[in-house]
Design a protein around this ligand. Structure first.
Ligand code: AMP
Length: 218
């Protein structure tokens, strides 16, 4: 089953998408992570991508299509996937459909004030990428990763200005995508303003209702 995750930045798409992928036994892929890996290289393209991401803007559709195609067409994805971070607009929805079909689009809805609060409280371990949140999932020792003891850092775009910019792009460009999938009968609408486990059980129940033959692992 090919699934895309939709929702504002900070709505929990990453957390829920990873859990869903694990449950279904398919890979989870985040275009934000793929682009961050690209931006960490030492090339002119990498520096350009890093600047775009730091300002909270979107990379070009051409670059996105290239990055997506290289992943979604690989054998690893042939039995399905959970894609997080794309599509962010209607054109990107078409880009995906030109590569692979989408069976369900999971929309996690959370009010803007809540996501802004969550994002500016988000901390990440630069060594193992484990995420923490000062509001609801703090590390045992402030500012330090529980797993490896490395000092935690914040994403360059999780600042007040970065978050406002990303939210305004989300409302202008990504929200029309909800209607696109809704008209195709593929939209799964989930209330993201509840505890993580409650969001996941609502999500799973609704995804399974769309495709009753969904296979689970263990
Ligand atoms: P995310 O981790 O999904 O919040 O993405 C972080 C940043 O990566 C975004 O603010 C964009 O700069 C870039 N990015 C991720 N996915 C896309 C996409 N589908 N289209 C354009 N830019 C993207």
């Amino acid at each position: 089953m090919n699934i895309v995750m939709l929702g504002a930045p900070g709505s929990g798409k990453g957390t829920q998408g990873k859990q869903l992928a694990q449950h279904l036994g398919v890979p989870h892929v985040s275009t934000g992570d793929l682009l961050r890996q690209l931006a960490a290289q030492d090339t002119p393209l990498a520096r350009e991508v890093a600047g775009i991401m730091q300002r909270g803007e979107l990379v070009s559709d051409q670059l996105l299509a290239q990055v997506l195609r290289s992943r979604l067409e690989s054998r690893e994805f042939s039995s399905g996937f959970v894609l997080d971070g794309t599509p962010r607009d209607i054109e990107q929805a078409h880009i995906i459909e030109r590569i692979v079909p989408v069976h369900a689009a999971v929309f996690i809805e959370v009010p803007d004030e809540k996501v802004a609060e969550r994002l500016t409280a988000r901390w990440i371990c630069p060594a193992d990428s484990k995420e923490y949140n000062a509001l609801f999932a703090p590390p045992k020792r402030e500012g330090v990763c529980d797993l490896c003891g490395t000092a935690l850092s914040q994403r360059a775009d999780d600042t007040h200005d970065g978050v406002q910019k990303r939210l305004s792009i989300y409302h202008e460009k990504t929200q029309p995508v909800l209607r696109y999938y809704s008209l195709k009968g593929k939209l799964v609408h989930v209330n993201g303003d509840q505890p993580i486990e409650a969001v996941f059980s609502e999500l799973l129940e609704k995804v399974q209702a769309i495709q009753p033959e969904t296979q689970t692992v263990a």
